[in-house]
Design a protein around this ligand. Sequence first.
Ligand SMILES: [Zn+2]
Length: 88
Amino acid sequence: MPRLLLLLVLIFAAVWLWKRWQRALAAVQATRTAASGGAGRRLSEPMVACAECGTFSPASQSVSAAGRSFCCGEHADRFLQRQRSAQR
Ligand SMILES: [Zn+2]
């Protein structure tokens, strides 16, 4: 009987240690997430599709012309030239 009691105490101690360890891990992860918050915000920048080729680029790096977004000035020029020739 004392053996069974010792086994129960050991199991309870193991569970208690496991829970403590998990709590410590969660605290470390929360600290890491808070520390990398700046990088996360930068990654959540909206992406816009180029009206000419369909390539997605960050909104801050895209070129806007005629109410549309483009991946580069060259594609904006090509799109506008095509539109102008279609109107004629
Ligand atoms: Zn493009």
